[in-house]
Design a protein around this ligand. Structure first.
Ligand code: ADP
Length: 272
């Protein structure tokens, strides 16, 4: 009897271990799939961003050429102006570093990678993302109004994934304002900390979201665009869920939309 009882217990234990193992593997597979999907849309939005990167890199390159020429002129003088030549060289180094930083960010966005969470400043991530979308904003004739509150609280975040969320929200806002008068295309980007959450808000002056659309926008494959995939916002939601945060939209038809996400801030002890 004892032997049979032991056998049953052993069987139950084996079954439990097997199902825990299967659940862990299923979760890992789901997580990998999400990371891959996030990569696919990241690369898709890179199409739109590629022009922006070229534009961004072109500026420091042009500055490097003109500073190089200036440096040569200072050195070619009968009495070389070493001080001025040195200043031109400093400008060359600064611009070359700027170009290599832009390329580093671009590679970060395009590389498929497992999510990696670190202590980050939400404002730094927002600022870096804004640098990446400058050309996109200019293309859509959108005027950005940035208001990043000063706070020291940090969030536990995968930098590249959060950049992807912010890019998606900004590109959606740009598209939403394509139909309105150029002078009214204002994009609002605000951050603040409240109730232990760091919040980012992206607002636009587009047509807004009607009450029947609002509940569906984060659903996979929901799109109202002719060539839309309907994946951007659902991936944003997965990413924010992965960060233990919340994402939501508010909108009144005809008055633009606001998309917000909130991430838990790290306790001071954790972030030091
Ligand atoms: P896609 O851009 O491919 O349609 P998204 O998941 O990013 O996919 O967006 C889903 C839908 O949500 C859009 O088709 C649009 O109807 C709506 N939407 C998203 N952002 C905005 C916005 N800023 N203003 C109005 N509608 C929006």
């Amino acid at each position: 009897m004892l032997y049979e009882l032991l056998c049953i217990m052993f069987l139950l234990l084996a079954l439990t271990l097997f199902s825990i193992n299967a659940a862990i593997r299923a979760k890992a597979a789901l997580f990998r799939a999400q990371a891959q999907l996030a990569h696919v849309t990241r690369v898709t939005s890179l199409d739109e961003l590629a022009a922006s990167i070229v534009h961004e890199v072109n500026q420091p390159l042009t500055a490097i050429i003109s500073s190089g020429e200036a440096c040569r002129n200072w050195l070619d003088r009968p009495v070389p102006e070493l001080g001025e030549a040195r200043q031109s060289l400093e400008r060359i180094i600064t611009c070359a570093n700027r170009a290599s930083e832009i390329i580093r960010r671009f590679r970060g966005l395009s590389r498929p990678c497992d999510p990696l969470r670190r202590k980050e400043s939400l404002n730094d991530i927002v600022q870096e993302t804004l640098d990446l979308v400058q050309f996109e904003l200019a293309q859509h004739k959108v005027f950005p109004k940035i208001d990043l509150a000063t706070f020291t609280e940090q969030v536990n975040a995968d930098r590249v994934q959060l950049q992807q969320v912010i890019i998606n929200l900004i590109i959606n806002a740009c598209h939403a304002m394509d139909t309105i008068e150029v002078g009214k295309r204002t994009l609002g980007v605000r951050t603040w900390v409240k109730n232990n959450e760091a919040v980012l808000e992206v607002t636009d002056q587009g047509p807004g979201l009607s009450a029947d659309i609002l509940p569906q926008v984060f659903t996979p494959f929901f799109t109202t665009k002719e060539n839309g995939l309907g994946l951007g916002l659902s991936i944003c939601r997965s990413i924010i869920d992965f960060h233990n945060g919340r994402i939501w939209a508010t909108a009144a038809t005809g008055q633009g939309s606001a998309f917000l996400f909130a991430l838990p801030v790290l306790a001071t002890r954790e972030s030091s």
